[in-house]
Ligand binder design. Structure first.
Ligand SMILES: *Cc1c(COP(=O)(O)O)cnc(C)c1O
Length: 390
């Protein structure tokens, strides 16, 4: 039979990061000594008090539908987080809890973009953004950056890309895949352009808490009421609380947008998992002492990996200050990223994600959400691989 596949689905490419991770895991399961730099998730376990809150909720029979945008207790805890950490006032009705930060992003794009609209996305980008924009029928417009500018777009670059069709600008700092962190001044300048021109910003702040070397995070929404009125903040529990499998993200939006998203979610996925939401309440209101420990560990790995990568001929790596990724430039090796990664996995059993997946073919994404011993072993192999090319 000739199965009907809708244009919007046929146009998608499956997630390359998930594909490489799956291949590395399959090789590992087959007994091969694979070093994986592909992970887009922390290697630490979810803190116990969070698990316990979810287990208690299950045992207490908290297993039914909840309000589709999340339980009031969690939406209030999220509003309190924005007040406490970002100085931003939101009513619980402006907060929507979804099935992961990815789902939150998709809800935002579906609620605000349609055919004929343009969405500005700096590259290297998180690979799902352009695909989500296409699913919504809108057109992704890529703003290229490179390691020479620490992967940051400038206000001039943003201004030059604006057209009457521009609906949304996607900002992700700290960034996946580059780890780059915009300074507060840089964020404000980009926000100013959007406010001036009436363009919405989707600010993906899921790596807010993962910062090194004294870098600070400032939400674009926090500079003025006008900035807040132009911004939708996307966030989630996956990274700072290591809850990737729980599928819980959240967003804070101007009221009319929150309302539209609530309607979309109520007809598509309904509520995020009931007992997982109880765990999330514990994540926000309980102790945060896991975080400094994790950050100290990430910082050690990052310092080692960055220094080691820069010692390999043909590779250079900017020392980005956030998330748990490095984005080394491999153009000196003479290989493009997909070829580089395929051969690296084949010959040295090291899995890294080719930059082409993020719109940047001269780079690799190295995740340091894996133990230091693993990082040493993997980068020694990568070193040997690159030297073998000469
Ligand atoms: C991990 C991640 C998310 C959200 O992931 P979920 O698992 O869906 O919560 C959102 N944006 C970026 C840039 C990410 O790296």
């Amino acid at each position: 039979m000739n199965y009907p596949i809708a244009r919007r689905a046929a146009a998608l490419s499956p997630s390359l990061t998930l594909a490489i991770d799956a291949k590395a895991k399959a090789m590992k399961a087959a007994g091969e000594d694979v070093v994986g730099f592909g992970a887009g998730e922390p290697d630490f376990d979810t803190p116990d008090h969070i698990k316990k809150a979810a287990i208690d909720a299950l045992n207490a029979g908290f297993t039914k539908y909840t309000p589709s945008s999340g339980i009031p207790e969690l939406r209030e805890a999220i509003a309190a987080k924005f007040q406490r950490e970002n100085g931003l006032t939101y009513k619980p009705s402006q907060i929507i809890v979804s099935n992961g930060g990815k789902h939150s992003c998709y809800n935002v794009i579906l609620a605000t973009c349609q055919e004929g609209d343009e969405v500005l996305i700096p590259s290297p980008y998180w690979l799902s953004y352009p695909e989500m924009v296409k699913l919504a029928g809108a057109t992704p417009v890529i703003l290229p950056t490179s390691d020479r500018t620490e992967f940051k777009v400038t206000p001039d670059q943003l201004r030059a890309a604006l057209t009457p069709r521009t609906r949304l600008f996607i900002l992700n700092s700290p960034s996946n895949p580059t780890g780059c962190v915009y300074t507060p001044d840089e964020i404000r300048a980009l926000g100013d352009v959007c406010v001036e021109r009436g363009v919405l910003i989707m600010s993906d702040e899921i790596y807010e808490h993962l910062l090194y070397d004294g870098a600070v995070h400032k939400s674009v929404a926090s500079f003025s009421p006008a900035h807040q009125a132009h911004t939708i903040i996307v966030h989630g529990f996956a990274k700072a609380w290591s809850m990737t499998g729980w599928r819980l993200g959240f967003l804070a939006a101007p009221e009319p947008i929150a309302k539209a998203i609530d309607a979309i979610q109520s007809h598509s996925t309904s509520n995020p998992t009931s007992f997982a939401q109880k765990g999330a309440v514990a994540a926000l209101t309980g102790p945060q002492d896991h975080l400094p420990r994790w950050l100290a560990e990430y910082a050690k790995r990052r310092a080692y990996a960055c220094q080691k990568l820069n010692s390999i001929p043909g590779i250079s790596c900017v020392s980005s200050q956030g998330a748990f990724y490095l984005f080394p430039n491999i153009s000196g090796t003479g290989l493009k990223s997909a070829d580089f990664c395929a051969r690296l996995l084949e010959s040295e059993k090291v899995a890294a994600v080719p930059g082409i997946a993020f719109g940047a073919d001269d780079y690799l994404r190295i995740s340091y959400a894996t133990g230091l011993a693993n990082i040493e072993k993997g980068l020694d192999r990568l070193d040997r691989f690159v030297r073998s090319l000469r």
